[in-house]
Design a protein around this ligand. Structure first.
Ligand SMILES: Cc1cc2nc3c(=O)[nH]c(=O)nc-3n(C[C@H](O)[C@H](O)[C@H](O)COP(=O)(O)O)c2cc1C
Length: 241
């Protein structure tokens, strides 16, 4: 099976999302009492660091309840800065060959920004947003991103896509792995920025690929849908902090 066949096989649409949800509903955890990877030799302890980074790691968690009111401009800027150029050609996350296949499309459901209510493109060089189209109401967007229809509305959904044509030209089929590694690393940068600001967020694994790409103004030949990350203000009843 080629990477493109794997990609098609693992794709979802608003028609197949239901079957995917049913599959998850039928799955029963079968936790094994013994981890088969643990070795018989005695574990030898390591120094445990206590620093800002370990505190931030401990704050990161998936949060699905959101408060109301717009995402503050400073928070929006801080979250998306996780994807900004840190120096010419550099990012907070690694990228195979420095080809930076990951592209970010923030959907501003409710934010203190001139493009609130719009689907946008994030420019990592200038740390700025460009307008694409109006953003659907959360109920419509929830269906596209695979969130429960009655789930609380986040203020921001960041969609990471892979523009990986150059990556495949350079690395051949192995590029498929490299793009996904880059997208995962970028998602962790986002998640840590969200945790650092005391915000909440979670990854959505069940987005409808083509339909969400179309909402971003992208054709499936141009980009692959890699990550959908919903985030925003934490709800007072969530008790994150
Ligand atoms: C690839 C991927 C897809 C995920 N998809 C969903 C999702 O569709 N809905 C959801 O509520 N959480 C989703 N999650 C979040 C996981 O449920 C969460 O990371 C896990 O329960 C561990 O909790 P923690 O993130 O707070 O440590 C996803 C996580 C990953 C890595």
């Amino acid at each position: 099976m080629s990477f493109d066949e794997f990609w098609t096989e693992s794709g979802l649409s608003t028609l197949t999302q239901r079957a995917f949800a049913e599959r998850l509903g039928e799955y029963r955890d079968a936790p094994s009492p013994l981890d088969p990877f643990v070795l018989p030799s005695p574990p030898i302890a390591l120094h445990r660091p206590k620093n800002a980074l370990t505190k931030l790691f401990a704050k990161r968690r998936s949060e699905r309840g959101f408060g109301t009111g717009p995402l503050r401009a400073r928070d929006l800027g801080a979250v998306l800065a996780a994807l900004a150029e840190t120096a010419p050609g550099r990012r907070s996350y690694p990228s195979a060959g420095g080809l930076t296949a990951v592209r970010a499309y923030p959907i501003l459901l409710d934010a203190d920004h001139a493009l609130s209510g719009r689907i946008t493109r994030y420019d990592p060089r200038t740390h700025a947003l460009q307008d694409i189209a109006p953003c659907p109401e959360w109920t419509g967007l929830a269906a596209l991103v695979g969130a429960a229809p009655d789930s609380p509305a986040p203020q921001l959904v960041v969609v990471l896509v892979l523009a990986d044509i150059e990556l495949f030209a350079k690395y051949g089929p192995r590029a498929g792995r490299f793009g996904l590694v880059e997208a995962g690393a970028a998602a962790q940068s986002l998640a840590l920025a969200v945790a650092d600001r005391g915000l909440g967020g979670y990854l959505l694994g069940g987005a409808a690929d083509r339909e969400l790409l179309a909402a971003l103004g992208l054709a499936p030949e141009q980009a692959r849908l890699a990550v959908t990350f919903a985030c925003g203000r934490t709800s007072p009843d969530v008790g994150v902090r």
